[in-house]
Write a protein that binds this ligand. Structure first.
Ligand code: AMP
Length: 216
């Protein structure tokens, strides 16, 4: 089922995502993107807010981060920012968030953003977004964090990254089962469904974290 843009509070009850209360979103800080990216980020914020999810993100006031937060806040969503001291400056940090947690450095932030989240959504981004996505995937591979990871492939932005991940499996740097660690959707409207349908994952993942001839 593909969700329409105007998701209603009733529709959310048809999707089994009640176990997911907090969604961490990773997204670009760039203010120089094509409109299609901001539009999708804003819709992502609206959808998560309307479905009652609390959003945790990097607290940025610009780029896709800013669009996401603006979208969620416009629908009275709860948006919690986590920002390191050196980035907490009026220009970079969103001033209208539900809460803002200031931490010592990027590592502490990354850890905190993932630690309390039930699912991760990755919008298009650059090196900061990749680092956060790969932290989530690495922790998941090791069974240390086991929630759904949804990649929103707006404008097919992630096609080459996804191809490379498949290449990593075909060259046995990851096992076939690791392909189940993430789901890919084209539009934000498909994210709740992807969360509901994400493959089960648990701490046993540590047993097959290493690739051998048995699980390649
Ligand atoms: P990038 O994709 O390289 O633009 O980095 C975006 C990601 O890194 C976000 O998910 C943030 O957590 C973090 N980040 C990078 N730059 C900023 C910024 N100026 N303000 C807040 N967070 C940032």
């Amino acid at each position: 089922m593909t969700l329409g843009y105007n998701i209603t509070m009733n529709e959310k009850n048809n999707l089994d995502t009640h176990h997911v209360k907090t969604v961490t979103v990773y997204a670009s800080s760039s203010a120089a993107l094509k409109p299609i990216y901001y539009d999708a980020a804003m819709r992502m914020g609206e959808i998560l807010a309307l479905s009652g999810k609390s959003i945790v993100y990097g607290a940025g006031g610009r780029g896709l981060m800013g669009a996401l937060a603006d979208g969620a806040l416009s629908k009275d969503g709860e948006v919690r920012g986590v920002v390191p001291t050196f980035l907490q400056d009026l220009e970079l940090t969103h001033r209208g968030l539900t809460s803002l947690k200031v931490v010592g450095d990027m590592r502490e932030r990354k850890h905190l953003m993932l630690q309390h989240s039930d699912a991760v959504v990755t919008l298009p981004g650059g090196s900061g977004t990749y680092e956060e996505l790969f932290e989530a995937l690495t922790m998941k591979r090791l069974g240390q964090w086991v929630g759904p990871v949804i990649i929103v492939n707006t404008n097919r932005f992630y096609d080459r990254l996804l191809e490379f991940l498949e290449h990593s499996v075909s060259e046995c740097f990851m096992g076939r089962s690791h392909l189940k660690m993430w789901s890919v959707v084209d539009e934000p409207e498909q994210v709740l469904e992807a969360i509901a349908n994400a493959d089960e994952w648990n701490s046993d993942a540590l047993e097959y974290a290493n690739v051998t001839s048995a699980n390649a």
